[in-house]
Design a protein. Sequence first.
Lengths: 305, 305
Amino acid sequence: MNLLIVGSVATDTIETPFGKVENALGGSATYSSVASSYFARPGIVAVIGNDFDKRYIRLLNSRGIDLRGLQVDKSGKTFHWSGYYEGDMNKAHTKETCLNVFETFKPEIPLSYRNVRNILLGNIHPALQLEVLDQVRKPRLILCDTMNFWISSEPRLLEKVFRRVDIICINDGEARQFCGIDSLPAAARQLLKLGPKRVIIKKGAHGVLLFGKDSFFALPAMPILKVKDPTGAGDSFAGGAIGYLARTGKIDEAAFRRAMVAGTVMASFCVEDFSLWKTSRLTKNAINRRASLLRACTRTPIFRV
Amino acid sequence: MNLLIVGSVATDTIETPFGKVENALGGSATYSSVASSYFARPGIVAVIGNDFDKRYIRLLNSRGIDLRGLQVDKSGKTFHWSGYYEGDMNKAHTKETCLNVFETFKPEIPLSYRNVRNILLGNIHPALQLEVLDQVRKPRLILCDTMNFWISSEPRLLEKVFRRVDIICINDGEARQFCGIDSLPAAARQLLKLGPKRVIIKKGAHGVLLFGKDSFFALPAMPILKVKDPTGAGDSFAGGAIGYLARTGKIDEAAFRRAMVAGTVMASFCVEDFSLWKTSRLTKNAINRRASLLRACTRTPIFRV
């Protein structure tokens, strides 16, 4: 286990213009861990309820994900999200959020996880994110993902988290909201002042921006003819990115750029089908081929007037 | 003269979070021709009224733009647009559009222009775009730009134009609107069936997508800390792109990609100040430096799992 992932495990009921799934496997820790499993050896800290389908455990096992930190809370059901997408599907509409056992979830890091080198702090209450950091010893790299809900309700706690992590991963709208600035480069500059090595701004179908103190990288998303379900794309991106960084051990600009490629490729597979149907059944060859394609279609020739 | 540009010449009154200008030089033909003038020898076909400031003529002259096709209609005022931008400025809000002499404008291509090799059909009524094409002899390359207004009011005529051009340049929202499809790759595929060599989808601050029958290129926009006024960015992009293609004479994938760089760089200068204040005073060195920067910050390393 060289990558600790804290977040949610959920069942999702999702409707898109291309179909509907009920109680499919979802959750930020799930998407991230499966995506990272092609690069690193992830373990998750999350909670499930008394209704969790055993086939889903088998799916996570099949990807070699360490489940020693997966708590089973018999007192209730698994976190459930129900929602739908329309049109260009760039916005999730929530029908229902049932926190269930996730409501009282306290991340407990197993002793055997406490020396872990790499951490992905998925989207949970910033107070819990801080508790996770208090339980581990000197990790090499911490990536933090968040969402608008915590930005509006817990901005101060979230800032505390941001000050303790190496990589902030955030949506474009959320970066604007947190910083109160419309310009993304200006927002990234402000976030970098909190101390992280890199700020990643995710723009969905428009790709990602990677900001360092003296570096900048922009990577478009893969062109996907038929996006079936965008759920989990951001989590798959984060999982692929930190998974690659856990594997390579390097943290120079080239390594971070490759991590953006890993994340982009994993997100592109994720959106091509519902739930983890595609992301859980990939080969390294398929990942390499798509990474080559991404490189080819972003190759900018030398230009001189 | 190796590039004919047909479009509007206007005076604009614009307010953004960074300031306000009144009766500044604007218009699609203006932005496009100035941007293209660093690469090609453009001439414009457009109309101005009895109020047009002589300093604006001097500005166009200073960029070597051929004005033999610029009609002066003494019967009225120059086309005037007044509008404002808010927040992230990705949407122009129109306060007032006074077509003035532009309302009865008929593009007349001077005899000396009729053998021109390259054409930019700026945003005017598709019927007029067709009239332009009927007046010229076998151009090498025609790029057509359009806008949502004609897509809703004249879709059939616009399709006729699309069938006669080599490059369709269109916004993401407009491509979705024209094709009735949400997926941009699918919309591009549909547009390519009309016959053009390339379809360029402009996504504002998110960059551009270049689609060919068997090729795809995605280029992010330059990161600009302070966008002062986005007016004319799309026209500057189109002008830079077709200007570069007019200059190089090539139309292979590498040439098209370099044209995307030229357009992106010119658009990035455009938004850094109001009107043509910045775009009209550049050096080739400044353009080359920015193109190098763009290449550096989009360089994707080789990736292998």
